[in-house]
Design a binder for this molecule. Structure first.
Ligand code: HEC
Length: 113
């Protein structure tokens, strides 16, 4: 009986902890590692159009610097699966892996608007 109580107490605590730390499934903790990796990817794959820091609205391109990570992840995935379509942007997004997208989003989100 004592054992059962202990187990249920532990399970209860697990639920509480889970509730406090609960995050949307898509949220991934990113940090300096992702930002640096994203910067390298951005230089080779995105800067040609969006500029190195996407700080200006060059040639009518959307400025993506400083947008939220979740927004950027969503847009990149939308291009990747063809939900959003653009002659220039779609080819740039189709070869991205989930990891690339997370890193790119972390990098662009880290930039000043
Ligand atoms: C060949 C040029 C080109 C390249 C390379 C390119 N983009 Fe784009 N990007 C565009 C254009 C044009 C748009 C606007 C598309 C539209 O209006 O639907 C866009 C839109 C976006 C958007 C949506 C912005 C918004 O607020 O709706 C994001 C995010 C984005 N690009 C990120 C990236 C990333 C990250 C890379 C590198 C993997 C990249 N782009 C590479 C041309 C490019």
């Amino acid at each position: 009986m004592k054992k059962i109580l202990t187990i249920s107490a532990l399970l209860g605590m697990g639920c509480l902890a889970g509730g406090v730390n609960a995050e949307p499934a898509a949220a991934v903790k990113t940090g300096p590692g992702e930002i640096i990796a994203g910067k390298m990817l951005a230089k080779s794959k995105c800067a040609g159009c969006h500029g190195a820091e996407s700080s200006g609205n060059q040639d009518g391109l959307p400025d993506i610097a400083g947008k939220s990570e979740s927004y950027l992840v969503e847009q990149l995935k939308a291009f990747r699966i063809g939900y959003r379509n653009n002659l220039m942007m779609t080819p740039a997004a189709t070869s991205l892996t989930d990891k690339d997208i997370i890193e790119l989003a972390a990098y662009y989100a880290s930039l000043k608007k």
